[in-house]
Design a protein around this ligand. Structure first.
Ligand SMILES: Nc1ncnc2c1ncn2[C@@H]1O[C@H](COP(=O)(O)OP(=O)(O)OP(=O)(O)O)[C@@H](O)[C@H]1O
Ligand SMILES: [Mg+2]
Length: 266
């Protein structure tokens, strides 16, 4: 009898398996007094594992803040955040650094590649820093080859960023995020600096990495076409998630955005 009771007691409060990241009542405020800005206001969100989630909303609505808080790059004022079954809020600096290194991949708008390293060295840099081997054969090596192959960079591995197009550089950044097999990849406007063809290339690859490699991706974007590649779109306004859409298309996202604009100007 007590066994059943204690087993029930041991059941996790949260069912974690299908949730890669979770925020509960997350508030983030910058500044104090008159200059206080509430960038996030009691946000609850579950990011589903193995799915592609887009975050949209007007400039200043809190998209980057939400992503940075979820990724442990910024602290929250109130509330709790988990990556998988690890609670991010409350971790000490060292543990946070390790969590980001081992579980999270980042793709930023400005590629953030090291100019003196070639494409392959840039891709493997985080793994090298983490002390994981890429030359000794085994799973990491096979995975790396699959990632490089999927992003279509096989012929460009010896090139430095300055010798690559914008789209190719961003594909290097995507491969770098994927190579370490993070639990979750966060992208802040990863196609924001690309022309539409390169952007489509990168988005197609992100989509494939979700479908074929089971990757979890969260992407902030202003672009309805980019959001149309996602499984789900979250709409932020003034630090609150005001709407969401499943299986979006560029057209359906665009008409939803127009409705918001209409509301704001009326
Ligand atoms: N470091 C900071 N100090 C003070 N205020 C900040 C800081 N970072 C963000 N904010 C404020 O928080 C709010 C949300 O900013 P955030 O960068 O999350 O917006 P965003 O939705 O990503 O916008 P954009 O689309 O322009 O990138 C804004 O009002 C912004 O001015
Ligand atoms: Mg932003």
């Amino acid at each position: 009898m007590t066994t059943a009771a204690s087993a029930a007691h041991l059941t996790p409060v949260f069912e974690q398996n299908d949730v890669a990241a979770r925020a509960r009542q997350v508030t983030k405020a910058y500044g104090t007094g008159e200059t206080r800005v509430t960038a996030l206001n009691a946000v609850d969100v579950d990011i589903e594992r193995g799915r592609f989630t887009a975050i949209m909303g007007p400039s200043g609505s809190g998209k980057s803040t939400l992503m940075h808080c979820l990724a442990g790059l910024d602290s929250v004022s109130e509330g709790r955040i988990w990556i998988g079954d690890t609670e991010v809020t409350g971790l000490k600096d060292k543990q946070l650094t390790r969590l980001r290194r081992d579980k999270i991949g980042f793709i930023f708008q400005a590629f953030n590649l090291l100019p003196t390293l070639n494409a392959l060295e840039n891709i493997t840099l985080p793994m090298d820093i983490a002390g994981r081997r890429r030359t000794s054969g085994g799973a990491d090596r096979a995975w790396l080859e699959q990632v490089i192959d999927t992003v279509g960079l096989s012929g460009r591995l010896g090139h430095r960023p300055g010798q690559l197009s914008g789209g190719q550089q961003q594909r290097v950044a995507v491969a770098r995020a994927l190579a370490a097999r993070p639990e979750i990849i966060f992208g802040d406007e990863p196609t924001g600096n690309l022309d539409s063809r390169s952007g489509a290339e990168v988005l197609g690859f992100l989509r494939r990495s979700v479908d074929e490699l089971g990757q979890t991706i969260v992407m902030v974007t202003h672009d309805p076409v980019a959001a149309g590649h996602a499984d789900r779109v979250l709409f932020l306004a003034d630090g609150v998630i005001v709407d969401e859409m499943h299986n979006p298309t560029a057209d359906s996202v665009l008409s939803r955005m127009r409705r918001f604009d209409g509301k704001r100007t009326s």
